[in-house]
Design a binder for this molecule. Sequence first.
Ligand SMILES: [Mg+2]
Length: 266
Amino acid sequence: MSDIRGVLIDLDGVMYTGRTPVPGAREAISILEERGFSYRFLSNTTRNCRHTIAQKLALMGLPIPESLIFTPAVAASRYLKNSGRHNYRFLITGDVIRDFPKNERKSQQQKTDLVIIGDAGDEFTYANLNGAFRDLVDGADLIALERDQYWMTSEGLSLSAGPFVTALESATGKKALLMGKPSRAFFDLALGDMGLEARDAVMIGDDIATDVGGAQEAGLRGVLVRTGKYREDIAKKSAIRPDMVLDSIADIEKVVEAADLGRWER
Ligand SMILES: [Mg+2]
């Protein structure tokens, strides 16, 4: 019996790219089910709420209940409930706002106390960024839902929230509190939901830094897939060494096999 009993799986670039499921993604879930592994999906997606993500996955033939999906907004929402802060400025897009408690700002006079930034896409306008900048200078703290550099869309690689978070940090001298990967608290949130420790689990992702490096930093094993944003030259240049590399999630059997053979044991 191996020490690996749980699998955390990134969504974008691992289970699907754009609106297309990765071949074998659905079967991979069945394999985990049949072999009795716990699994959760750990995504840095910040454009949609959990419910919409589950709906999109279902349309792609991936029936994943929303309770198994962990996003930075889910983590941030829990954080906000305990923070005692109520006046937020959101720099986000899509319907991700539905995962947050209602913005309780009472009047225009009240100062923003938290600026919450995700992948805002076309909402990253000068006016919106400058508004966030002014709130930060005025005393608000900065929360980054994610700070990935880029992701793969159907049009090609696209800037994510990271470069904009860095711009606001640079201008204000403030450091953002990170909610998504590679924050250890985010891995712990999903591990806790499975009732497992970091050493009991592997993380499978297409981002060598946030998925693989982040998981390893948090005490999990990190598995890289050669789909989504994976680029051979970037993986080769990276100082991060994945514990395993798969052509795609369709090869999940190799993760299970290694567990059966006790190869994950340290
Ligand atoms: Mg990904």
